[in-house]
Design a protein around this ligand. Sequence first.
Ligand SMILES: NC(=O)c1ccc[n+]([C@@H]2O[C@H](COP(=O)([O-])OP(=O)(O)OC[C@H]3O[C@@H](n4cnc5c(N)ncnc54)[C@H](OP(=O)(O)O)[C@@H]3O)[C@@H](O)[C@H]2O)c1
Length: 304
Amino acid sequence: MMELSKSTRNGIDVPLVGFGTYQLSVDQAEFCVKEALKAGFRHIDSAEGYNNEEGTGKGIMAAGVSRDAIFVTTKLFPGYKQWGAPGKTYEQTIETLKNQLKHLRLDYVDLYLIHAPLSELRLEQWNALVELKKSGLTRHIGVSNYNEERLKEISDAGLAKPEANQIEFHPICAQVDLTRYMKENSIAPIAYSSLAPLSTWRAEEGQGGEVLAEIKEECQLVTHEIAAKLKVSEAKLLLRWGLQHGYCVLTKSSKPERIRENLNLFDFEIPDSDMKRLNRLNQNQAIAWAANGLNPMEVAPPLK
Ligand SMILES: NC(=O)c1ccc[n+]([C@@H]2O[C@H](COP(=O)([O-])OP(=O)(O)OC[C@H]3O[C@@H](n4cnc5c(N)ncnc54)[C@H](OP(=O)(O)O)[C@@H]3O)[C@@H](O)[C@H]2O)c1
């Protein structure tokens, strides 16, 4: 395994551990993003769909860290007909990032992603991302929740390849084939919801963590046992598992002590035998969007 440290970067020069902002209110985002940057996070993950970019922007400003030292990702909500939101056109995609930058109080983001392949206009949206990179409003472009078939649509259309794909990744949802394909094609893997197997994941009223809770039992037993043996928290174990697979990991918490804990992943290593035990827990089961009633990797409408 390659040596991992706080300064390790992956293919697009992104810090390995990122702070996620889903399910934070505007005020919480401001407070937590500032806490995360103060704790040493240098990678922030945002999205139009989180409705809190204003807070994230204020938090970034308040932390006073130089812009060059931070990697900021945000995402386009592409539209989804089933939710009454028409697909965004090329022009609307360009305008969307410009508005997001105002909320974030930034001149550019480091990575702009299509949040999920939920629209039949996704190739048109991808063309807009290519243009946004050319114009310097984002340094890198990528996708999220794209399976192999969706990634191939882009290459089949002869368009520039996504530089990153942000996907759900934890022992219950290990995406083995997709991961291999991304590696072969130099698409940087960024993992979300690494903590989904835990009973504390989205545990507050209305956060939806109870959906599919029954499939997590075995993973929780194994995680508990290995974490106790290595004398680390279960959260750290799951995040480190993603790092040792070569992923960037994103992690969200509304609590300062957990924010600090989740960044501190470089003082231990998971032995091979325990990595293999965790790998065997795979059920190919996505959990993160389940409370919304869909798996974003499986609902792409035919291309227009
Ligand atoms: N592209 C996509 O479709 C997509 C989908 C999902 C997520 N994401 C991104 O990935 C980020 C991370 O995913 P996620 O929000 O599902 O978060 P996560 O980091 O996997 O888990 C967060 C949940 O775990 C709890 N938690 C955090 N640290 C903990 C610790 N040390 N010990 C015990 N419990 C802990 C949090 O509770 P407290 O807040 O109460 O601490 C929260 O309920 C998101 O915020 C978002 O930026 C992207």
